[in-house]
Design a protein around this ligand. Structure first.
Ligand code: PAF
Length: 291
């Protein structure tokens, strides 16, 4: 595995590989890798001749009061995990090389990025879209791999790639969870032992919502009221930033459950925010509708 800090070097390697008929897969990360990242890396490894993984804690996507400074970093471990997973190119650019003095152009995603996470974290998706487009332009991959865990990020990047005619294909990989259901996240290390015990209450609430839809409930308000009660009861978070049942493509709230939907939630324990989501397939039959 080659460790690369200069974008020009990575671009040259990737172009050479693609010119000789190979495919290139790309997994962008902020490091502190866990099994969720490794699921993306393994899938990209299987599907491509060459694999690039980037590790870059992107200052542009953190608000002034957010956790940029304390975000977990462990590059030595990340390098080892990527090497063991068969990565070809480990890209760890420095902030001053991605954002040199005078850097001023950013990508502004559309309305999809203004709701939910975007409303709670203004500017977040501008930072994400900007760095992902820069990375795509450096790596020039055939396929970009993203996690379902950050569903809104995946939708915003998919929209950006489509709207700006980037040739990369976007593949979204299912969320990896701990045995008790908690979605893996680099931010889980912030949880106290007690918060960690309560945190799976969020996914248990979302699963209850999915089960209600499967059993015939069609009114999002009824479903969400029950999910909220379950999350309050079991996770006992300090607050629920949002809980919604949305269209999986546009992330707009649904008035009625007819097709596929996505349950999304963000909760807070003190200063720690956790997000999660659960895709719900289109209900199969109209029989047994319950509200
Ligand atoms: O999901 C992440 O880790 C980041 O938002 C990403 C996509 C690597 C951009 O910095």
């Amino acid at each position: 595995m080659r460790i690369i800090t200069r974008g020009a070097e990575l671009r040259a390697l990737s172009r050479r590989a693609r010119q000789s008929g190979m495919t290139v897969g790309f997994v962008p990360t902020m490091g502190s890798l866990h099994q969720g990242h490794l699921a993306l890396i393994r899938r990209a490894r299987r599907e491509n001749h060459r694999l690039a993984v980037s590790v870059f804690v992107n200052p542009l996507q953190f608000g002034p009061k957010e956790d940029y400074a304390r975000y977990p970093r462990d590059e030595v471990r990340d390098v080892r995990l990527c090497r063991d997973a068969g990565c070809d190119w480990f890209f760890a650019p420095r902030a001053r090389s991605l954002y040199p003095p005078g850097f001023s152009t950013t990508v502004s995603p559309g309305p999809l990025a203004e709701r939910w996470e975007g409303a709670v974290r203004p500017g977040h998706f501008r930072g994400v879209a900007t760095v992902v487009l820069k990375l795509l332009n450096l790596v020039e991959p055939d396929t970009l791999y993203l996690g379902q865990k950050d569903a809104q990020q995946a939708s915003a990047i998919r929209a950006m790639v489509r709207d700006l005619d980037h040739p990369a294909r976007v593949a979204v990989v299912p969320t990896v969870r701990d045995r008790d259901g908690l979605a893996l996240s680099s931010r889980n290390v912030y949880l106290s032992a007690d918060e960690r015990r309560r945190a799976p209450g969020m996914i248990r609430g979302l699963r209850e919502g999915r089960d209600l839809i499967r059993s015939g409930f069609r009114d999002p308000r009824t479903v969400l009221a029950k999910v909220r009660a379950r999350i309050r009861d079991e996770a006992r978070p300090d607050s629920i930033d949002y809980l919604a049942l949305v269209d999986p493509a546009t992330l707009e709230s649904l008035g009625r459950i007819e097709g596929a939907s996505l349950l999304i939630a963000a909760i807070r324990f003190g200063k720690t925010r956790l997000i999660d989501n659960l895709p719900v397939a289109r209900p199969r039959s109209r029989r047994g509708r319950r509200g």
